[in-house]
Every structure is written in structure tokens, then in C-alpha cells.
Design a protein around this ligand. Structure first.
Ligand SMILES: Cc1cc2nc3c(=O)[nH]c(=O)nc-3n(C[C@H](O)[C@H](O)[C@H](O)COP(=O)(O)OP(=O)(O)OC[C@H]3O[C@@H](n4cnc5c(N)ncnc54)[C@H](O)[C@@H]3O)c2cc1C
Length: 379
């Protein structure tokens, strides 16, 4: 049997985040976007709510929640502000390699400290010459005695300048291509780490995106995750787990755009009646609802598979791809429904459009998602 009923705990969590997002985030979302400003206060408040480190098991100071819970929260945060959802979401992304491949001793040492406060993590994979082609990365890590020395420059790293813990992907053996990549957890106060200037972005402007420079960064050998040389696999497993949440954040943006468009259509009068009475407008609103509902279910399904121990590589790629493509369609049409005002910053829909765009690009572009899906089909 299939049951889409949320548990009482899931409904409570969804309501908690919805109230928080509408009360704390929505009133300042426009200002943060305009000023391209990160809000440590919001991170602090979300931490106080007990949800900042929601995927971390309780024994390590987290909330011990799953990927589906993350979808519920991601949609509410996305509906309030894509940039804030990105800041919180990338903390989860940065911690996921640790949760997948960290040993208990290292979790006691680094993770418990991280979850004890409003700390953010960052996921450092992308480089100038290694975007979609991660395996082309040039960052290196070599063992000297009982320390690893990491060198390299990562690009477009969310939370780059504000994180206290980094998951870094670097090649232990460059000759081995993607098979030579390992993953390391590195505290931000380690000497040799610096960040470039904050990127001036189209959307998600309240999130902090920077180049990260790792110059002879020395860490204890025990900070390497897994068995070593398995970094590519850890990265792919991480993305299988986080893509449903990315899709859900896109669903949230689309939902907010549809709600704004529906409210406007009921109020705006042209030719003597509300524009909501024109079938052309009604069909745009209906198409929004079709896309949003379908995308939500795809995300929930991909998350459910992951939470229940099933491989979800194809389903999470489908969910992320469809949800973000849908968010672009919905936000584009929302601007259309508002006409000239849709194009103005006075109304929120142009921000939804700008924020939605990133979801087609990061955590693997939607061309790469289609590649992942096709590879699974053709196996
Ligand atoms: C705001 C922002 C925040 C980000 N945050 C992070 C982060 O926290 N951590 C991190 O590691 N990365 C992060 N990224 C990087 C992001 O994941 C990459 O930008 C993305 O993977 C694409 O890489 P690229 O920009 O180098 O584009 P490219 O790989 O150069 O792609 C350019 C175009 O070519 C297409 N393309 C490339 N290869 C193929 C192919 N084989 N088949 C078909 N089409 C192809 C792409 O789909 C795209 O349309 C962030 C990016 C942005 C913009």
C-alpha cells in the first residue's frame, strides 16, 4: 500500500518551520537580498529551534531526522527565502560526507563541537576547471608523517566565508583520476585557509558564496573520511541524499510564486473584471499547481527511498531536475500573471525567479541530471 500521510512528528516539524519561516525570514528576505547580506541572527534562531543540524544523529548533538523531513523543511524555507534555505541547506550538504563516511571517534571530536552551536559547514568540491567534471579537480592532498597537506582552490563555495567546518575533496593520487580522490573534514581555524571576495550573485543573495584557498593546510591524518581514494563515491552518495531537499526548496519557491500570482489575479481588474476570470490566466495558475504537486511527490519519493535504504540515484536526479525546471516555469509565469509589476522589485516574484534559477545549476546542472538518469536507464 502507498500512504502519503505525514506522521504527527512530521506535521509538527513542518508547522514549526513554516511558522519560523513566515515570522522570522519573510519580513527581512527582501532587505537581505537587496543588501546581499548574510544573517547570523537567523542561523542562531534556527539553531535554537533545534533544526540547523537536523540530519545529525542525536548522539552527536543533532535532531536525528531524515531526508524526507528535510524535504518538508526545505519547502517551507524555500517558500520564505531561497538564499536562507541555501545557507541552511549547504550546512547539511557539508556535513553529509561526514555522516556517510566519518568514524565514531572523529564524529566525537569534530561533529559534536560543530552541532553544539550555530555553526555552518561548507562542501568544497567545485574548482575553476572542474565543475560538472569533478574528476578533473587539481586540489591535492599528500601524507607527510601523520599529517595530510592539502593544496588547492575551490570555486563558488556556499557558506565559504562563514563556515566553521569544511568537507574538502582533493586528489591523493592525481594519476588515478576520479579514483584518486579522498574526502577530508577540516576545521576553519586550521592555518592556510583563506577565502576570496564574496560573489555578487543574480539570486540567493543572502547566501555567502566564495572562492576558497587551501594553501599547505596541515591536518591530522585521522581527518580523512572513509578508507581514502573513495572521495568520488562519497560525493555521489552525498548528492543522492541531498538532491531531494534541493528539489523541495525549489518547490517552496514555486509555491510562493504561485500563491503571489493567485492573490494578484483575484485583485487586479482589467476589462471590468478580475484577471483571474480570464481562462488564459486560470490555465497558467493550473499549470503551476500541476508542476508543484508533481515535483513535491517526486522529491518525497526520492527521499523516502533514501531513508529506507534503497538506492535513489535516478529518482533523486529526476526529482531535482523536474522540481527546478518546474520552479523556473512557475516563477516565469508568475511574473507574467503580474504583468509589469511582476518585473518590479516592489513585488516578490522577480526574486523567486532569480532564486529559482540556481537550482537548475548547482548540485549538478540539469544537463548532468539528465545524463545521470540516462546512464541509469542504459545500464
Ligand atoms: C551560487 C552557487 C553556489 C554554489 N555552491 C557550491 C558549493 O557550495 N560547493 C560546491 O562544490 N559547488 C558549488 N557550486 C558549483 C556548482 O555545483 C557548479 O557551478 C555546477 O556543478 C556547474 O559547474 P560549472 O559552473 O563549472 O559549469 P560547467 O560544468 O562549465 O557547465 C557549463 C554548461 O555546460 C553543460 N555541460 C557540462 N558538461 C556537460 C556534459 N557532459 N553534457 C552536457 N552538458 C554539459 C552544463 O550543464 C552547463 O550548462 C555553486 C554554484 C553556484 C552558482
Amino acid at each position: 500500500m502507498i500512504d502519503f500521510t505525514l506522521t504527527e512528528e512530521q506535521k509538527a516539524c513542518q508547522n514549526l518551520v513554516r511558522n519560523f519561516a513566515q515570522k522570522e525570514i519573510v519580513p527581512i528576505a527582501h532587505e537581505l537580498d537587496e543588501e546581499q547580506r548574510h544573517s547570523p541572527e537567523l542561523v542562531e534562531k534556527y539553531f535554537e529551534l533545534g533544526l540547523l543540524h537536523y540530519t545529525v544523529p542525536e548522539e552527536y548533538g543533532g535532531a536525528g531526522l531524515g531526508t524526507l523531513d528535510g524535504c518538508l523543511m526545505g519547502e517551507e524555507l524555500g517558500a520564505a527565502c531561497g538564499g536562507i534555505a541555501a545557507t541552511f541547506g549547504q550546512n547539511t550538504l557539508g556535513l553529509t560526507p561526514f555522516l556517510i563516511a566519518g568514524n565514531p571517534e572523529l564524529k566525537e571530536e569534530l561533529l559534536v563541537k560543530h552541532t553544539s552551536g550555530p555553526n555552518l559547514a561548507a562542501f568544497c568540491l567545485t574548482e575553476a576547471d572542474a565543475g560538472s567534471d569533478n574528476a578533473a579537480m587539481r586540489s591535492t592532498a599528500h601524507l607527510e608523517g601523520d599529517e595530510y597537506v592539502i593544496n588547492g582552490t575551490k570555486r563558488f563555495i556556499t557558506n565559504g566565508g562563514i563556515a566553521s567546518l569544511y568537507s574538502i575533496f582533493a586528489k591523493e593520487d592525481p594519476e588515478l583520476g576520479y579514483k584518486g580522490i579522498s574526502t577530508f573534514m577540516v576545521p576553519a581555524d586550521t592555518p592556510g585557509i583563506s577565502s576570496g571576495k564574496k560573489e555578487d550573485k543574480m539570486g540567493m543573495r543572502s547566501s555567502d558564496t566564495r572562492e576558497m584557498i587551501f594553501d599547505n593546510v596541515r591536518i591530522p591524518a585521522r581527518y580523512r573520511l572513509g578508507e581514502g581514494f573513495d572521495g568520488f563515491k562519497i560525493a555521489m552518495m552525498t548528492l543522492d541524499s541531498t538532491r531531494p531537499g534541493v528539489g523541495s526548496a525549489a518547490v517552496g519557491i514555486a509555491r510562493a510564486a504561485q500563491e503571489a500570482a493567485t492573490a494578484y489575479a483575484k485583485e487586479r481588474v482589467q476589462f471590468g473584471k478580475p484577471i483571474a476570470e480570464f481562462q488564459a490566466i486560470q490555465f497558467m495558475l493550473a499549470d503551476m499547481a500541476i508542476r508543484i504537486n508533481a515535483a513535491r511527490l517526486l522529491c518525497w519519493h526520492a527521499a523516502w527511498l533514501y531513508d529506507n535504504g534503497h538506492r535513489n540515484t535516478m529518482e533523486s536526479a529526476i526529482a531535482k531536475c523536474f522540481a527546478s525546471d518546474s520552479a523556473m516555469e512557475v516563477t516565469t509565469d508568475a511574473i507574467q500573471v503580474l504583468g509589469g509589476y511582476g518585473y518590479m522589485k516592489e513585488y516578490p516574484v522577480e526574486k523567486y525567479f532569480r532564486d529559482a534559477k540556481l537550482h537548475q545549476i548547482w548540485e549538478g546542472t540539469n544537463q548532468i541530471q539528465r545524463w545521470v538518469i540516462a546512464r541509469q536507464l542504459l545500464r
